[in-house]
Design a protein around this ligand. Structure first.
Ligand SMILES: Nc1ncnc2c1ncn2[C@@H]1O[C@H](COP(=O)(O)OP(=O)(O)OP(=O)(O)O)[C@@H](O)[C@H]1O
Ligand SMILES: [Mg+2]
Length: 218
């Protein structure tokens, strides 16, 4: 599903240059759930954003479903991302001017899905938020907002879900509930999950744990 080889990424130039990823190799099979752990600043979010095609590496290859992300134009990448990937962030990144329902519909509309609204309603229902579908993100609680973000990420039926500390901004109990929901949905849909987390218990729920240290995976 995912094959990463010799991935390198640095930020800045000259004296302020930081070599974040110094040659990362990783293979992830379809349906695997992988926790990506490591100290703050070790490059977890950097690696995730490269895998999700949100940023480009300095060198190395990222193959997803047999396609090399580096060889795609921005336009191809945007389409490939919409078709294959869902992303959930710590700060939900919902569009503030759109309702919960509209936020979930958006990825489907981008893919010209004619049943976007119907499908979005089903997903909103699945994350238990039918009664909040008309609310704007500012009118939702943290847990509700993250459930909307989860529904949006899974709307297009992606084969891969990337999650960067998805429960990091929620209280413990709410975080746990949202994570239960995420694992349930991922399992049901056989979605491959890459989860960045500082939470050891959460990491243990994944089928594999990989750790970033000094720029490579151990
Ligand atoms: N756009 C950027 N420009 C310059 N340096 C950056 C940039 N993004 C990240 N870095 C640096 O790269 C390193 C890795 O950052 P990254 O966000 O990937 O770490 P992380 O493992 O996700 O940390 P955390 O657990 O705190 O979220 C850090 O030292 C950070 O300061
Ligand atoms: Mg991070």
């Amino acid at each position: 599903m995912i094959k990463i080889s010799h991935l390198k990424k640095s930020y800045g130039v000259g004296e302020s240059k930081v070599d974040v990823l110094k040659g990362v190799d990783l293979e992830i099979g379809a349906g695997e759930t992988v926790a990506l752990v490591g100290k703050s600043g070790s490059g977890k979010s950097t690696l995730l954003s490269l895998m999700a095609g949100l940023d480009r590496p300095d060198s190395g290859a990222i193959m997803i479903r047999g396609k090399n992300l580096n060889q795609m134009s921005e336009k191809e990448l945007t389409l490939f991302r919409a078709q294959n990937m869902g992303i959930v962030f710590q700060q939900f990144h919902l569009i503030s001017t759109l309702t919960a329902l509209e936020n979930v519909s958006l990825p489907l509309m981008i893919l010209h899905n004619t049943e976007a609204e119907q499908k979005a309603r089903e997903l909103i229902d699945e994350v238990g938020l039918s009664h909040r579908s008309g609310h704007l993100p500012s009118q939702l609680s943290g847990g509700e907002g993250q459930r909307v973000a989860l529904a949006r990420a899974l709307a297009s039926g992606p084969s891969i879900l990337f999650a960067d500390e998805p429960s990091g901004n929620l209280d413990e109990e709410t975080g746990e509930r949202v994570m239960d929901l995420m694992f349930d949905l991922v399992k049901k849909t056989k979605t491959t999950l890459i989860l960045v987390t500082h939470d050891k218990e959460l990491a243990k729920r994944c089928s594999r744990i990989v750790m970033l240290e000094h720029g490579s995976l151990v």
